[in-house]
Ligand binder design. Structure first.
Ligand code: FES
Length: 116
């Protein structure tokens, strides 16, 4: 049986704070969160900013794109190109642990992160 976790929607920034097809970092409840404006797809994503490979706070500066037949959205760390799914956080090209992902909602040009 699936457990549903209630989330609190926290306002973190304005849409104009995040570059199109790029990312920005916000401090949410004391943690760095990478927010991605995937403008080419009209989608928004959020993950932890910490890359688990070398413990660098860098993922907000990663390159976003799509992979595979399902066009899974992904972010590549700019340091050593570990690539993570923006849907599940799974590492797609190495034996690295998954990263945390967060739901994103846009309302009146404000970006909200779903925080559990
Ligand atoms: S620090 Fe991110 S891939 Fe190495």
């Amino acid at each position: 049986m699936e457990t549903l976790t209630e989330v609190t929607w926290l306002p973190v920034c304005q849409t104009s704070d995040v570059p199109a097809d790029g990312g920005a970092c916000a401090l949410v409840a004391g943690e760095q969160v990478a927010i991605f404006n995937f403008a080419r797809r009209g989608e928004w994503y959020a993950t932890q900013n910490l890359c688990p490979h070398k413990q660098q706070m860098i993922l907000a500066r990663g390159m976003i794109g799509s992979t595979g037949e399902a066009c899974e959205p992904k972010v590549a760390c700019p340091y050593h190109k570990r690539t993570f799914s923006l849907l599940t956080g799974e590492c797609l090209n190495a034996d690295e642990c998954a990263i945390q992902t967060y739901p994103v909602r846009i309302e009146n040009d404000t970006v909200y992160i779903g925080w559990a």
